[in-house]
Write a protein of this length. Structure first.
Length: 730
């Protein structure tokens, strides 16, 4: 899944700098000048740059240069300096700073370039990872066989604040950033330390980076505390990803001014469903209850199932501070030890939350169904509801399992319906990704005492199916109203790219699994077959994660496309407005259309969709970072013993191993493998010992031991536990 590259070396050059003929010399000079567009060189400089050392070729260079100039292929100045006459291409894109030596610039879609542009660190013009830049692309390809360029200007900085550890010397200080793609330390004047002490974690803001300076200059804006402490490290992650530490005072005040009582006038406008048995089912530690389900038997013998969603947009009005803050955050973020909510607690856990034994304002999708789970009719609109019971997942599952307790018959019937809906969904081509989720048990100081693998039971799937049904129904209702011409917010998921699928298929083969991806093959069926095969096996987690990564990314958009993973023609997010801004957008547009409104202009809504998708990615990245931090800390505190693991990645510098027991991934570095010198076989993704021919391959089961953990870098260093186990790898 990496970038395409051509590792063939330049042709026509022998040892000693001798170029075999005039045509090859001509090509080399043209390529050199084209790749140094805007610069001038004389014959002597070109000889030096091309590392020409034999006297015969040196004597030919001046003649070749003048011939090229006479033919108009290059330009010659009165001083006998030569330069390229080709027109370079200027593009804009986003920086992906892969290592200290070079970066890639990912071109904007409008440029229709199929490959990223490689830029040397010396040509980055102080651009950093994630920055938007304008670059010049050289007319010919460089030695790597790919397009190269140089940054002309930084159009927009992605970030100017970084989290890191401060190192203070007698005359100056540096902040060493935690962010792996920030390859420069940040210089800090002694007067700008903000009270920070040596080795503390801090937030530093870049204030200046002059051309020619190796390092930017910054000012410490926040002292987080002693590196390694739980609260400090979590705050570091929050600062690293730009997550908010609290709400502006005016937002809290606005929330507190909203009256708690529901006016009778508001109730009179809504469908009153307070007398119908209703309950919520959520995690045991949840406080914001987005959704509730109601159930009753109709006089005609059919079933009425209501999916009721908190009516957040009744409380959060456009152009208010609450609205502005909700849009800015766009999503709640769930770190390993805390929730950073989208809405203030007054709303998320109070006014909007569908707490038991309280009347609540809701937006509902009500289904009339038969015993076969066929939807005979549906109604969508604003309601007032009353939850009779708040279930934790475990409680509700126990009611089904033991066939006793509150609403056990209703829960059992809903579970049977959900199973039928689910089967139908997979029959139509939905992909069954049952990802492994790890949850840590923490003490009061945040220290990990143990970890659990979250188990998805029938009750989780029950809630999932009815939420999916409501989301799909709302999307199809709006699409069908005017054949997709009305502006709406959809959640779409494109078909997977064939090249990425092939890469994943080859990866799965290393673990002994075949995936049919040829023409005419139903991809979802092939993927589901694989998911069934790997269930409960050591490679399950790594293959599930890689399968998901090989898929297109789901996103929000106003384009009425389908959802490949769910096998829905149209899909949206309607069911979680307390924690997702796109659901608020859906509620607003839905009510607008229910009241007979005309379609608004799409562009402003598309811009909000793009912002929401970006914020969703930020949330996912920060959540992963917090889990990785706890995994590293857990392994640092774990028992000193040998662990079984599975090889999940092989690179020229090391072997990635996922420890089966803890699902934590670490690396065995090649430099630490002392039993032999290992070479990297990139084609087959394996290491081979030059002397003993031992092989380390993807999917291999190994025994490892933890030798070092680094909280700052969130890495776990491993070693193979014994040579005897490696002797079997032949």
């Amino acid at each position: 899944m990496g970038r395409k590259s051509n590792k063939n070396s330049p042709q026509g050059k022998k040892k000693g700098g001798k170029i075999t003929d005039s045509a090859q010399l001509t090509r080399k000079i043209l390529n050199f000048l084209d790749n140094h567009f805007g610069e001038e060189f004389n014959a002597k400089q070109i000889i030096k740059k091309l590392e020409i050392r034999d006297s015969l070729t040196k004597g030919t260079v001046d003649t070749v240069l003048h011939k090229l100039a006479a033919a108009g292929n290059i330009s010659k100045s009165p001083r006998n300096y030569f330069s390229s006459v080709k027109d370079p291409e200027f593009i804009e894109g986003e920086v992906d700073y892969v290592n200290p030596r070079f970066a890639y610039v990912v071109p904007d879609a409008k440029h229709n370039l199929e490959e990223d542009i490689q830029v040397k660190a010396a040509d980055m013009k102080n651009a950093l990872d994630g920055d938007r830049v304008r670059i010049m692309v050289y007319p010919s390809k460089g030695r790597s066989g790919r397009l190269e360029g140089k940054v002309l200007e930084v159009v927009e900085r992605d970030r100017d604040e970084f989290v890191g550890r401060v190192e203070i010397s007698p005359r100056f200080a540096f902040v060493v950033p935690d962010f792996k793609k920030m390859h420069q330390d940040i210089f800090v004047h002694k007067g700008d330390l903000g009270g920070a002490e040596h080795n503390q974690k801090v937030v530093v803001k870049m204030t200046e980076w002059r051309d020619g300076d190796k390092n930017p200059t910054g000012k410490i804006t926040r002292v987080l505390g002693k590196a390694g402490e739980h609260e400090v490290e979590i705050h570091s992650i929050m600062a690293e990803f730009g997550l908010p530490f609290g709400y502006p005072k005016e937002v809290e005040e606005e929330a507190n001014e909203i009256p708690e009582a529901i006016p009778e006038q508001e109730i009179s406008k809504r469908r009153d469903m307070r007398d119908i048995p209703t309950f919520t089912i959520d995690p045991s530690d949840a406080k914001d209850f987005d959704d509730a389900i109601s159930y009753r038997r109709l006089e005609n013998g059919n079933l009425e199932i209501g999916v009721h969603i908190a009516d957040v947009t009744h409380f959060v009005k456009p152009k208010t501070m609450l609205e502005k803050e909700a849009y800015h955050r766009a999503t709640s973020v769930y770190l390993v030890d805390r929730t950073i909510p989208m809405l203030p607690e007054r709303l998320s856990n109070g006014l909007c939350s569908l707490r038991p034994n309280e009347d609540k304002l809701t937006f509902s999708c009500v289904f009339e169904m038969d015993e076969n789970a066929d939807v005979l009719n549906h109604w969508i609109g604003r309601t007032v509801t009353h939850s009779d019971r708040r279930f934790a997942y475990e409680e509700a599952q126990e009611c089904i399992d033991k066939q006793e307790g509150d609403f056990y018959s209703e829960l059992t019937l809903l579970n049977n319906l959900a199973k039928k809906i689910r089967k139908r969904r997979f029959d139509k081509g939905a992909v069954n990704f049952e990802t492994v989720e790890v949850k840590f048990k923490l003490d009061e100081k945040g220290t990990p005492l143990g970890l659990m693998i979250k188990e998805r039971k029938d009750i989780h799937k029950l809630i999932e199916e009815f939420m999916l049904l409501a989301n799909r129904t709302v999307a199809e209702f709006i699409f069908n109203k005017n054949k997709g011409a009305d502006t709406f917010v959809y959640r779409i998921h494109d078909h997977p790219d064939s090249e990425r699928l092939e890469t994943f298929s080859n990866f799965a083969k290393k673990f002994g699994h075949e995936i049919e991806i040829g023409e005419g093959v139903r991809i979802s069926k092939a993927l589901n077959k694989l998911m069934d095969e790997i269930a409960g096996k050591p490679e399950q987690n790594v293959l599930e994660q890689l399968a998901i990564r090989s898929m297109a990314k789901a996103k929000y958009t106003t384009e009425p496309k389908g959802h490949f993973g769910l096998a829905f023609k149209h899909y949206t997010h309607f069911t979680s407005p307390i924690r997702r801004y796109p659901d608020m957008m859906v509620h607003r547009l839905l009510q607008h259309y229910l009241e007979g409104g005309k379609s608004p202009e799409a562009d402003p809504w598309e811009e909000k969709c793009l912002h929401s998708s970006e914020r969703e990615k930020r949330a996912a990245d920060s959540e992963r970072a917090s889990i990785k931090y706890k995994q590293v800390e857990f392994m640092a505190l774990a028992e000193d013993k040998d662990y079984e693991g599975i090889v999940t990645g092989v690179t020229e510098w090391g072997v990635f191993v996922e420890i089966t027991e803890t699902k934590c991934e670490g690396m065995v570095r090649v430099t630490d493998m002392k039993d032999d010198y290992y070479e990297f076989d990139e084609k087959n993704m394996r290491l081979i010992g030059t002397r003993n021919k031992k092989m380390i391959t993807l999917g291999e089961k190994v025994i490892v031991r933890v030798v070092n953990t680094d909280i700052d870098r969130r890495t776990i260093d491993l070693e193979f536990a014994d040579n005897e186990s490696k002797d079997k790898r032949k």
